[in-house]
Design a protein around this ligand. Structure first.
Ligand code: TRP
Length: 354
């Protein structure tokens, strides 16, 4: 097995990936593929927390997410693609660490609260819904990674994971509570205290200015056509009336300019002309933004199409199986060590890998 430090991150298959995922996390995953031993998790069990009645959709989304990953450049030769529901050690570890997280601590998670609001879950959500926040700690810890590359919205999930890791190491591995985070493993702990790594643009708003999400219908997908991209960018409103009206560049349109136009001189020029009302219309800027986005998405969309055939989907399933087999080796090793630390070393356990 690799001796490189590990990374774990993942996506929930409730739809295709959008630009927010790309700039928040996918870009950094691509960057880390050579220097880290990367595990990328499809959190399909989590998809059931809000869509238990839609198993067909979840199955298809699972495949679509992997298509998106491969199209972006995630390389299954270098990185391990993991299907959550086929790694039983994750579910098992979830139970044990649930005992190390106070109930109110779980419910205080601002990301859970936002999701309850955005998805209109009211107070009828399942027991399993907040449980996913505990499960996410297990997703991470079972691979003992050092880094977790995520968008800003996920940082609130990494914090409890760090708390659990410290607590486990203290209670079951006898590590002194005053130990520095970086020193836990050296001090005899099983789990490194993982760090969140937020991408280049931690929070890319949707085209209506709210959080970019499928449920709010404001997302630009990595599989969108140029026409769809132009149409969606066209929806951004600035409130500015004319080309010679000076505008404030701290607006949504300029968030997109700065996120996607990589030529710094051009960005500076657009900012100057916009803020002085120097004959530049919103419409013109939107075209430039849409073209810059197309430069990223165009090649992804083309590579993605290669998998949009029955043979392509078969290939995806093979990649999922191979990766998950590898992942189970790492996960079973951690679970074995965790149970040993918990004095649950009653019998040998051998997982049957198919
Ligand atoms: N909750 C994450 C999302 O919806 C997906 C996820 C599940 C994840 N387990 C994870 C991300 C572990 C990072 C680490 O985007």
């Amino acid at each position: 097995m690799s001796t490189k430090p590990r990374i774990l991150t993942g996506d929930t298959p409730t739809g295709r990936l959008h630009l927010g995922h790309y700039v928040g996390s996918i870009e950094s995953r691509l960057r880390f593929q050579d220097t880290y031993d990367c595990f990328f998790l499809i959190a399909n069990m989590h998809a059931f927390t809000t869509r238990a009645d839609k198993p067909d959709e979840i199955r298809q989304s699972t495949i679509e997410i992997v298509k998106d990953w491969l199209a972006c450049g995630i390389d299954p030769e270098r990185s391990t693609i993991v299907l959550q529901t086929e790694v039983p050690a994750i579910a098992e570890l979830t139970w044990y660490i649930a005992m190390l997280l106070p109930f109110n601590r779980v419910m205080r998670n601002p990301t859970l609260k936002t999701e309850i609001e955005d998805k209109g879950l009211g107070d009828t959500y399942s027991f399993g819904f907040p449980m996913y926040a505990v499960g996410q700690c297990a997703d991470i810890l079972i691979f003992r990674p050092e880094l977790v590359p995520v968008g800003e919205d996920q940082v609130a999930h990494i914090e409890p994971c760090r708390e659990v890791a410290r607590r486990f190491n203290q209670i079951y591995c006898g590590v002194n509570p005053h130990t520095e985070d970086d020193e836990y493993v050296k001090a005899g702990g099983l789990f490194p205290i993982p760090k969140a790594e937020v991408g280049r643009v931690g929070r890319l708003p949707g085209v209506d200015g709210r959080k970019m999400s499928k449920s709010l219908n404001n997302a630009i997908y990595l599989s969108d056509t140029f026409k769809q991209i132009k149409k969606k960018i066209g929806k951004i409103t600035t409130g500015r009336q004319s080309m010679d009206e000076p505008g404030d560049t701290t607006n949504l349109l300029f968030d997109y300019v700065r996120a996607f136009i990589h030529d710094e001189d051009r960005v500076a020029e657009l900012e100057r002309r916009y803020s002085t009302g120097d004959n530049i219309g919103d419409g013109h800027i939107k075209v430039e933004v849409a073209e810059a986005i197309e430069k990223i998405i165009g090649p992804i969309r083309e590579r993605r199409a290669e998998f949009d055939t029955p043979a392509g989907e078969e290939k995806i399933l093979g990649i999922i199986r191979d990766g998950t087999r590898r992942a189970n080796k790492a996960a079973e090793e951690t679970l074995y060590l965790a149970k040993k630390a918990m004095r649950l070393d009653f019998g040998p356990r051998t997982l049957q890998l198919r």
